[in-house]
Design a protein. Structure first.
Length: 375
């Protein structure tokens, strides 16, 4: 690009007089003459034109660009602007004193935060407070995106539907996590300016783009597609078709030359489980202790699925049993058995095989305690 020199027009005026004198039209410079005034006007207009051209040329360089739309378009060759994401939380529902009936808490149940900002979380699956069970936990997502939804522990405590207040209460025993704000244009510009090609359109490159648009490792699955070389499949787990379309629009903003993505919404497999725990304490545990065991089991299962269950990831029953045993390490436990509902197949390796476009979620968890006594 030709560099345009911008000043107050003095150099242009000097050059005009030098050219006029060099061809013999004038013997000396006289700025107050008619010619001098004309040259001054010409120099000013030329300087304005150069300044205008320079301002336009600045918009063609990522280093000097100032227009927000142009910055985002230019940066898209190197980095995609990260959009705001939702927060995640594990909600614990607990029975109110005096209410003993079984309770179904449906997927999409809304819980409000006790802090200002109209912060609302919704559960991702049905959970049940069965008779004799004092509490149950379930994963939930914030209704809106942004870091303001990353709330402290014991903040999500208000049922949006007050009709349930006499049945159960709710809270989050740990802070929610995972939300962030839209990336600023200036930060995007700096990221794009520092871009360096390390690899060219590898699977890792595409995965990094998924992270940039706000997806986590458990929210999507990437693999070579069956349509042949140059195609790949992106399977995304979302709560609704609308959310899926929104994610796809954000992903599609970025294109890789020569390869074609195919987008698929993940199928959710909700698993019912029957947990049998044999206790080996010297005496049978008290009702309060048993309720604590129930709660630990439910929390362990929710955490296991949140941490280890991604799209296309098989459910290893032995690993789930180990997680439950670890959660019950403070009790004398003789044995833990995990039985899966008949509608879900467990193979000979004690594994629930999950299809490559499926993600497993815990659904109904029934737990029974059997006292076998100490040795």
């Amino acid at each position: 690009m030709v560099e345009l020199i911008i000043n107050d027009g003095t150099n242009i005026l000097d050059n005009l007089w030098q050219n006029l004198i060099s061809v013999g039209a004038r013997t000396r410079r006289h700025d107050s003459s008619h010619t001098g005034l004309l040259f001054s006007a010409i120099a000013t207009e030329i300087n304005v034109a150069i300044s205008l051209l320079q301002s336009y040329s600045n918009q063609y360089s990522l280093d000097t660009m100032t227009d927000k739309v142009l910055i985002e378009n230019m940066s898209s060759q190197y980095a995609i602007r990260r959009l705001a994401s939702k927060s995640k939380a594990i909600l614990t529902f607990y029975r109110m004193e005096g209410y003993t009936e079984g309770i179904r808490i449906p997927a999409g149940f809304a819980v409000k935060a006790s802090v200002p900002g109209n912060i609302i979380f919704k559960t991702v699956s049905d959970v049940y407070l069965n008779k004799g069970t004092q509490s149950v936990s379930v994963m939930a997502y914030s209704l809106n995106s942004g870091t303001q939804n990353n709330v402290d522990a014991y903040t999500l405590t208000i049922c949006a539907d007050p009709n349930f207040n006499t049945m159960f209460g709710v809270t989050n025993k740990e802070p929610s996590f995972g939300a962030y704000n839209d990336e600023s244009i200036s930060h995007l510009q700096e990221r794009a300016k520092s871009f360096r090609w390390a690899t060219e359109y590898t699977q890792r490159d595409i995965e990094n783009h998924m992270y940039q648009v706000g997806l986590t490792g458990s929210d999507f699955m990437l693999e070579e597609y069956i349509d042949g070389p140059g195609t790949y499949m992106i399977c995304v787990d979302t709560d609704s078709d609308y959310a899926f379309d929104d994610v796809v629009s954000r992903i599609s903003y970025y294109h890789n030359r020569g390869i074609q993505p195919v987008y698929v919404r993940a199928t959710r497999l909700y698993i019912d489980m029957y947990i049998t725990v044999q206790t080996a304490h010297e005496v049978d545990y008290t009702p309060t202790e048993k309720n604590s065991i129930y709660n630990n089991i439910n929390n362990a299962i929710q955490r296991f699925f949140a941490a280890y269950c991604a799209i296309g990831t098989d459910i290893r029953i032995n690993a789930l049993k180990a997680a439950i045993n670890n959660a019950l390490s403070g009790y004398d436990i003789a044995d833990v058995e995990v039985d899966i509902a008949n509608s879900v197949v467990v193979n000979k390796r004690n594994v629930v095989e999950i299809g490559n476009t499926t993600k497993a979620y815990p659904n109904k968890i029934l737990t029974s305690l059997e006292y076998v006594g100490g040795e």
